[in-house]
Design a protein around this ligand. Structure first.
Ligand code: ATP
Ligand code: ATP
Ligand code: MG
Ligand code: MG
Ligand code: MG
Ligand code: MG
Length: 284
């Protein structure tokens, strides 16, 4: 590019570099989806098609960015996890600007979400001003333990919200209560109380609700065989990941495997060790 007397304005751009050799999580969240879900008549508390659309868009993001090793989604949010060896936007030189990762994920996800909308909601075409958009943020986590705690945090959140929403909407839709009355009655209740309301009053056993609603959605790549009977833990839980453990050619090989691998859509517990022990390649 030719130099000009205007070029000095470039120096106003501040760096926002992410630490190298760390897990990066980009979490996106739908903007104003409470209103958007009303407008397009999402089923309460859980619209299956809306979740399937979120998951389908996230699978496309995984396919486009092989540096992503796992993703977790619930409601209108998705967390995308970049491996510490991620090379995207020249992270090796310590120059991954957070905003580049975040804006790429957000816009790629939004593009697919809108592109696929009519497949999932054929009878409700998207019309301005109700167009879906997403915000996003990047956070770094220094070791496997903290990354797993992050994933657990999101899944616990899914469980707590889903139990509340399921009870609330059952009281309103089946019990004929007003929103305020149901809200009032649920104030200060614990999980056991909600389970009891569902079971005693409505004959609903919360355990029989769909896994996708109770556990959310985890996406990962299937490029190694699962270990049938996990005994030993492969995850090096406490020590930070050291990039130099893998040679450049090893990393290239893994990247190639990731690119070609099938992306699995699952609704399982990711809090306990079992999920990770059965699939040691996800965090390695
Ligand atoms: P913000 O812009 O601050 O994120 P928001 O309205 O999107 O505001 P959230 O806390 O993100 O608020 O909550 C998302 C809301 O979208 C849920 O409370 C729910 O009402 C609705 N929603 C999202 N996904 C679904 C779904 N699959 N089925 C039914 N409702 C959904
Ligand atoms: P990066 O992902 O790094 O931004 P890039 O390929 O998008 O890579 P840019 O420097 O952003 O590179 O340049 C955008 C390129 O897109 C231009 O060089 C040009 O080839 C093409 N392009 C963009 N807009 C137009 C247009 N209106 N007509 C023709 N070509 C265009
Ligand atoms: Mg938000
Ligand atoms: Mg939202
Ligand atoms: Mg949300
Ligand atoms: Mg460009």
């Amino acid at each position: 590019m030719a130099n000009s007397r205007f070029e000095y304005v470039k120096s106003f751009e501040q760096p926002d570099v992410l630490l190298p050799n760390t897990w990066i999580v980009v979490r996106i969240d739908g903007r104003g989806f409470h209103k958007l879900s009303d407008h397009y008549a999402f089923k309460k508390p859980n619209d299956r098609r809306a979740l399937d659309l979120m998951n389908a868009a996230a699978v496309e993001v995984m396919k486009e960015l092989p540096d992503l090793c796992i993703a977790y989604g619930v409601s209108d949010e998705f967390s995308f996890v970049f491996h510490p060896n991620c090379q995207l936007f020249e992270r090796r030189n310590g120059t991954t600007p957070s905003r580049k990762l975040v804006t790429t994920i957000v816009s790629t996800f939004t593009a697919h979400y809108i592109y696929k909308w009519s497949e999932y909601f054929p009878e409700r075409p998207l019309l301005p001003p109700y167009l879906p958009s997403f915000d996003g943020r990047a956070v770094i986590y220094p070791n496997n333990r903290i990354l797993r705690d992050y994933m657990s945090w999101r899944q616990v959140d899914c469980h707590i919200n889903n139990l509340y929403n399921t009870t609330f909407w059952t009281m309103v839709l089946q019990g004929g209560m007003s929103n305020t009355d149901a809200e009032q009655e649920l104030k200060g209740t614990v999980s056991a109380d909600k389970n009891e309301i569902l079971f005693k009053r409505f004959g609903i056993n919360y355990n029989n609700e769909l896994e996708i609603y109770k556990k959310g959605t985890v996406l990962y790549r299937q490029y190694e065989l699962e270990e049938p009977n996990p005994t030993k833990s492969h995850a090096d839980e406490e020590t930070p990941v050291v990039e130099s453990k893998q040679s450049r050619s090893q990393q290239d090989k893994i990247r190639k495997l990731r690119r070609k691998a099938q992306v699995v859509v699952d609704h399982v517990d990711i809090i306990k060790d079992e999920f990770w022990e059965k699939r040691p390649w996800i965090l390695s």
